[in-house]
Design a protein around this ligand. Structure first.
Ligand SMILES: Nc1nc2c(ncn2[C@@H]2O[C@H](COP(=O)(O)OP(=O)(O)OP(=O)(O)O)[C@@H](O)[C@H]2O)c(=O)[nH]1
Ligand SMILES: [Mg+2]
Length: 313
């Protein structure tokens, strides 16, 4: 069986999602910078090298201490974590990379975030904020990576308080820069949650698909069939054939149509379609099959992954 060697986006339009709240959010974040002592950039550990918004570096990064939190560690291939940290340090000069799972209070990475942030702030030049007793940390990142979850888990851990900001499985839950929220009493630390922001134009198609597969854009906007096709391409390229059984196939294939039809048959899902002469045709529900395929990946049913794995060969 031979598979595609390279991924090529079949649509003419590039992957792009930059609704109004993102531009506004970025401006609000710039305005808030004066009252911030440290930036915590959250990203998805399954795409450690791809898809981070370069605007953060250009417009808000630079002078404040910066921690990169690679979240959803529970879904990412942990054998690669130290190489990822080294690579990011080498290429970007970011010394502080922490892997976290926001669903686990006891995660060692979660325990490290705030002590590290306080240390960095104490040892930094706080400029206009030297006399302020409280520390203020802003979380930034692309959509759906777990920024609000991080704030909640910190608040819960240090103050034993329940959720303060809304979390959700679809991209674009937080819509604007929020009021600062207290997450620790001693030292007194506040955190500002912000909306997920993508770069206005994602130039690299494959990077766009990695973001889409990780849930950083709304699925329907990119198209579930397209996301499923990228997932199939990626799994085959890594010789990971867990999908074969899951989708009710007999053998690996490079054809997404075959995968989706087999999946729909396995699920017993059909769709009625009225033809031009008024008769009804019953077809396999490929949309449902695509959603079923993507969901399995996102739930970790195909194992832990690093979609940027090829960059480490
Ligand atoms: N498996 C796993 N899921 C997580 C983790 N952290 C957050 N999530 C889930 O990821 C989804 C997005 O989380 P949010 O905290 O809303 O992400 P966000 O970055 O604030 O998203 P926007 O506000 O839309 O930009 C939710 O379904 C969370 O439950 C994690 O460490 N592991
Ligand atoms: Mg949020």
């Amino acid at each position: 069986m031979s598979f595609r060697q390279h991924y090529k986006l079949v649509t003419k339009q590039a992957i792009r999602w930059f609704p109004g709240h993102m531009g506004k959010g970025l401006r609000q974040m710039q305005q808030k910078l004066k009252s911030v002592d440290c930036l915590i950039e959250v990203h998805d550990a399954r795409i450690p090298l791809s898809g981070r918004n370069p605007e953060f570096k250009n417009t808000i990064g630079g002078i404040k201490p910066h921690i990169l939190v690679l979240n959803k560690k529970d879904l990412s291939d942990n054998k690669m974590h130290s190489r990822i940290s080294e690579r990011i340090k080498e290429t970007e000069g970011i010394d502080h990379v922490i892997f976290t799972n926001c669903k686990d209070q006891q995660c060692p990475g979660i325990k490290k975030v705030m002590p590290l942030a306080s240390d960095l702030i104490i040892n930094s030049n706080r400029y206009n904020r030297t006399d302020e007793k409280d520390f203020c940390v802003m979380v930034i990142g692309v959509p759906n990576v777990g920024k609000s979850s991080l704030l909640n888990v910190m608040r819960n851990r240090h103050l034993n308080k329940k959720k303060a900001t809304t979390v959700g499985a679809i991209a674009g839950i937080t819509r604007s820069v929020m009021q600062k929220i207290k997450i620790s009493e001693d030292p007194l630390i506040y955190m500002i949650d912000t909306p997920g922001i993508l770069e206005p134009k994602i130039k690299d198609d494959e990077m766009g698909m990695k973001l889409a597969l990780s849930g950083c854009l709304p699925d329907h906007l990119v198209g579930e069939d397209l996301i499923a096709d990228y997932l199939l391409f990626w799994m085959n390229s890594q010789s990971r054939f867990e999908y074969v059984k899951h989708m009710g196939l007999e053998a690996p294939t490079d054809s997404i149509v075959e995968v989706l039809i087999a999946g729909a048959n396995k699920l017993g899902k059909t769709k009625k379609l009225k033809t031009y002469d008024g008769s009804i045709t019953v077809l396999p529900d490929v949309l449902m099959a695509a959603q079923f395929f993507i969901r399995a990946f996102r739930n970790g049913e195909f194992g832990k992954v690093n979609l940027d794995r090829d960059a480490f060969r």
